[in-house]
Design a protein around this ligand. Structure first.
Ligand code: SF4
Length: 557
């Protein structure tokens, strides 16, 4: 592929190429001399190597024996972060050094590529939680399960149990390819275009834990879906494949690159290529190597792939991919059509084999080890051995015969999982927040759960009129782990000035959303200048927005 030079516009000022004054730290351009402390220790010793030290030294010596660079850096390569010390309020987050905020317990993230679990695997996670993590478990919006209160002494035994059933924490955090989001209904949905499971498996088997990709400039996120609801939030991942039908080549994937949120959000862009299923893993490898070799490493807050794409543009990105990293160019491809359904998969749905899957909503992703074990037992008692997690903090039970559906739904209710949730419970997600996260300024899950209850009480009768889940995403700081900018109402945790006093609260973002059945394409929510909500005022604010939305809709009808 050749890069077309744009035709100059008469009278337009010619932009001269900007000569960077400082190197960006791109390995392929500047060499791999580290330009900051993080890059230095990453190069000194690969993050994956810390496992051996955890097993042979730290698990015996306890928290005090851990080398600080391993503790604050390389532990993440195995899904481990220190959690926040209880009782430190959000006002002190920015004042204290990270080590002053941290507890000697860990958050451990279990990686679940494609969100696919057997009931046996789910039971093992549940039992680990009960035995080693004070019965904590959160289903995250990246299809992982997070445990808390884990001691370093328990980590080798947890790994042994996880790995015995084919699970791991490998590269669950860190500057590596994180968990691969996959359509939660892969291989079962009646309206699926293609089952992406083989592609997810191939990437995971070939590249996760591969040391050639375990020192990237920053985290690297992947998503793959074969479902027409485009159910993997593909616009905000670094490398995404969305199923599409090519008029001559059949079913394959549309490639998107360089989406990411955080403080500088940017939606991913299509490269305009068509990827046949057999090339997905190689194309993913090519994009990932571009990030490794050309990604910016000088400043961590400018390191995500989105910054490289912003400078290169789509044409150059595609050219480098095809000429430097692939055996042959990729054909041009069409965009996938607008999604056909919401894609959170909550409720009861037909599978292609005549059975059904049931999607249930925990309260803002919070479950427990006991709940997960109970869910495994319940699913098996109803003839299922397969569970899925979703990017919306939901859980699906697959392979249910029609006659068993109502019994399953009742059982799910009894363990706190609702297959017929209110629109408010269905549309609300929350990040970890101040309970465990060292970066948090504000509580999230408890506040969001309270808001759901209040909204159900106040607006429950209006649900038929509202008609669709109102997405409410609650974040404990500006990092956007719960996707502030892609919700109808996004709440960003910060200290806010209310009546002259600084209190924990949220900055409001309004009107965001990913492409879905209700909107043509993704758009980032806008900050509503000066609009701050106190931590206990989520329901009041959401109620006002929803009532205004209904009134506006009525007056425009
Ligand atoms: Fe922690 Fe902030 Fe992410 Fe929430 S958004 S989990 S508070 S880093």
């Amino acid at each position: 592929m050749t890069i077309q030079q744009p035709t100059p516009i008469r009278g337009a000022r010619t932009r001269t190429a900007r000569v960077p004054t400082k190197p960006h730290g791109q390995w392929a351009v500047d060499g791999n001399e580290p330009l900051n402390g993080n890059e230095e220790w990453k190069l000194d010793d690969n993050g994956l190597n810390v496992r051996e030290r955890i097993e042979s030294i730290y698990a015996q010596g306890g928290f005090e024996s851990i080398d600080p660079t391993d503790l604050h850096g390389r532990f993440r390569w195995w899904g481990l972060y220190t959690q926040r010390k209880p009782g430190i309020d959000g006002g002190r987050t920015a004042q204290l050094e990270p080590h002053e905020l941290e507890d000697e317990y860990f958050m451990m993230r279990v990686r679940i590529d494609g969100g696919q679990l057997t009931t046996e695997q789910l039971r093992v996670i549940g039992e680990i939680s009960t035995e080693f993590a004070r019965d904590t478990a959160d289903v995250t919006d990246r299809q992982n399960v997070q445990l808390h209160w884990v001691e370093v002494q328990s980590v080798p035994e947890i790994w042994r149990r996880l790995e015995a059933v084919g699970l791991s924490t490998t590269e669950a955090c860190g500057d590596v390819p994180r968990v691969i989001l996959g359509s939660p209904v892969a291989g079962i949905a009646a309206d699926e275009l293609i089952d992406p499971t083989p592609q997810i498996r191939e990437i995971a088997d070939r590249f996760i834990g591969d040391r050639s990709l375990s020192n990237l400039p920053r985290k690297y996120k992947t998503a793959i879906t074969g479902h027409p609801s485009q159910d993997v939030v593909h616009e905000i991942n670094d490398c995404s494949f969305v199923a599409v039908e090519h008029p001559e080549l059949g079913i394959g994937y549309d490639l998107w690159v360089a989406g990411a949120l955080s403080v500088v959000p940017r939606l991913g862009e299509r490269l305009g290529v068509f990827v046949t299923p057999d090339r997905v893993a190689d194309v993913w490898h090519g994009v990932t190597q571009i990030f490794r070799d050309y990604g910016y490493r000088r400043l961590r807050n400018k390191a995500r792939l989105k910054f490289l794409l912003a400078d290169w543009g789509v044409e150059k990105f595609r050219e480098v991919l095809e000429t430097e990293y692939l055996d042959s160019p990729l054909p041009d491809g069409p965009a996938a059509p607008k999604p056909t359904s919401i894609g959170d998969h909550v409720g009861i749905h037909a599978q292609k084999d005549g059975r059904f899957f049931v999607g249930a909503a925990p309260l803002v992703g919070r479950v427990s080890g006991s709940t997960l074990t109970a869910l495994a037992n319940l699913a098996e008692a109803h003839g299922s051995q397969r569970i899925r997690t979703t990017p919306h903090q939901k859980l699906l039970v697959l392979d249910i015969e029609e006659s068993r559906i109502e019994s399953l739904v009742k059982g799910l209710d009894e363990i706190g999982l609702s297959a017929r949730p209110s629109l408010f419970r269905r549309g609300t997600i929350a990040c970890t927040g101040i309970e465990f996260c060292k970066l948090a300024i504000v509580e999230t899950k408890v506040n969001a759960a309270k808001a759901i209850e209040q909204l159900e009480e106040r607006l429950g009768a209006l649900e038929p009129e509202i008609g669709r889940p109102i997405t409410l995403h609650v974040n404990g700081c500006p990092n956007s782990c719960a996707r502030i900018q892609t919700a109808d109402i996004g709440l960003k945790g910060q200290l806010v000035l209310i009546d002259g006093e600084q209190v924990p609260g949220y900055q409001v973002h309004l009107g965001g959303g990913l492409a879905n059945v209700d909107r043509e394409e993704a758009g980032l929510g806008r900050t509503v200048r000066g609009l701050k909500v106190p931590a206990d005022g989520i329901a009041d604010y959401a109620e006002r927005v929803i009532r205004r939305y209904l009134a506006d809709r009525e007056s425009s009808d």
